[in-house]
Design a protein around this ligand. Structure first.
Ligand SMILES: [Fe+2]
Length: 411
């Protein structure tokens, strides 16, 4: 039996007595009833974009990450493009709604937020876990008051028919799906007619040729972590809820007081290597927005959530440790991508001495998601340095303030 509490704790952020008490109770129970062993790694990440944008987004992902375009599945109202590295890293499913007038729950999650509303169909939806016995997992989760879409809703939403999907979290607005797949089987999505679309295939091949020409194709590794931003008062609930839905454990939380924020990390109990099942990170402000004028502190995280709603903020792609032409790989990758027009929010920060270097790209025009690149040096296991996170958070906040001004000017 897996022991979800047998991991060292990192970080300096203080949690409430409620959090510490229920962290132990929830994980002990999860282990005892067999859910920790039944729920395995993250198998798929699902992202939705505006009508007409999936081709450009797939091209962007194939250039900026190691993902390959595999196949397109077409249902009545959606195209779903499957991107894959290999079977040891999660797939990405890029979904495009055909008709801009179609209304659904994912769209309404965007529409009440001032900037989120500008791209109502664009958001990270959530991740799908591989489970050993789907029926058993669903029954156990229902007994813990987890709510699922019923089969009729799954059909209407055109979600994969071979999955059980939990309703969006009130804290993160993300969904979690479960599907049963023996480890040796390939991933097959029940999402309609399958074809390799010539326009996507051409864009994919062009992106891979560019990666090769730039010399970055061998330097990019799978996804290291996924970072979700939530309202300050939902920090502990979002973490505990995610631990209830997954087989992840609580790694720890760091207080980034300079940016009035904290970074909270959860990781897979089963996969020691994040590249097989990315870490899930939750970022929340230390104080709600309405006391900022009294504190006089910056509040980029709370501001982001107020503008976009709680949602995934960035996908971090790992960069192979090493050097090209006497510069760390990450600097080489970023220079190469800048050369072909990709914008970044700041310069590469961190150092070999601190253990890692990191950078944020500009937010994608298609998904609103930022790509982080992260290179760890030697056997450094840590997730970040406080100074790095403060700088990254600040840079993302500056860009977002500009977007707010633009949105206000438009409205
Ligand atoms: Fe990150």
């Amino acid at each position: 039996m897996s022991a979800s509490l047998n991991f060292p704790r990192y970080g300096d952020k203080q949690n409430s007595a409620f959090f510490e008490e229920y962290l132990v109770k929830l994980l002990e129970e999860r282990d005892r009833v067999g859910l920790t062993d039944a729920i395995q790694q993250i198998d798929t990440l699902m992202i939705t974009v505006e009508p007409g944008n999936s081709l450009a987004y797939v091209r962007e992902l194939c250039l900026m990450t190691p993902y390959h375009y595999l196949v397109t599945l077409e249902s009545q109202d959606h195209f779903s493009h499957i991107l894959r590295i290999d079977m040891s890293a999660p797939d990405i499913l890029v979904r495009e709604v055909k008709d801009p007038n179609i209304r659904g729950i994912f769209r309404s999650l965007n529409e009440v937020y001032p900037i989120g509303a500008h791209k109502p169909n664009s958001r990270y939806m959530g991740e799908v876990f591989r489970v050993s016995n789907l029926h058993e997992v669903v029954e156990l989760q229902k007994a813990r008051e987890i709510r699922f879409f019923n089969q009729d809703q799954i059909r209407k939403l055109e979600l994969p028919g071979n999955m059980a999907v939990v309703k969006p979290s009130p804290y993160t607005h993300n969904i979690v799906g479960y599907w049963e797949r023996p480890e040796a089987d390939i991933r097959v999505y029940a999402l309609g007619w399958s074809s390799i679309r010539s326009d996507l295939q051409a864009a994919y091949l062009e992106a891979k040729e560019t990666q090769e020409m730039l010399g970055i194709d061998k330097l990019l590794l799978p996804i290291d972590h996924l970072a979700t931003r939530v309202y300050s008062q939902n920090r502990e609930a979002a973490i505990l809820e995610y631990l209830s839905l997954s087989s992840y454990y609580y790694w720890g939380s760091y207080d980034i007081s300079k940016q009035n924020s904290s970074t909270n990390v959860t990781k897979s109990v089963h996969c020691r290597n994040e590249l097989e099942s990315p870490a899930k990170v939750f970022t929340a402000a230390n104080h709600p927005y309405f006391v900022n004028h009294l504190l006089g502190l910056p509040s980029p995280t709370e501001q982001f959530v107020r503008n976009f709603g709680p949602r995934l903020h960035h996908i971090a792609v790992a960069v192979q440790d090493g050097e090209v032409e006497h510069q760390p790989n990450i600097d080489f990758v970023v220079d190469a991508l800048r050369h072909c027009g990709q914008d970044f929010l700041l310069d590469v920060i961190g150092s070999r001495e601190e253990g890692l270097k990191q950078i944020f790209s500009s937010a994608s025009e298609y998904s609103s998601l930022i790509i982080e690149y992260v290179q760890r040096f030697g056997d450094f296991q840590g997730f970040f340095t406080k100074d790095n996170v403060a700088e990254l958070t600040h840079a993302a906040g500056v860009e977002e303030s500009l977007q707010t001004l633009e949105a206000e000017a438009r409205s």
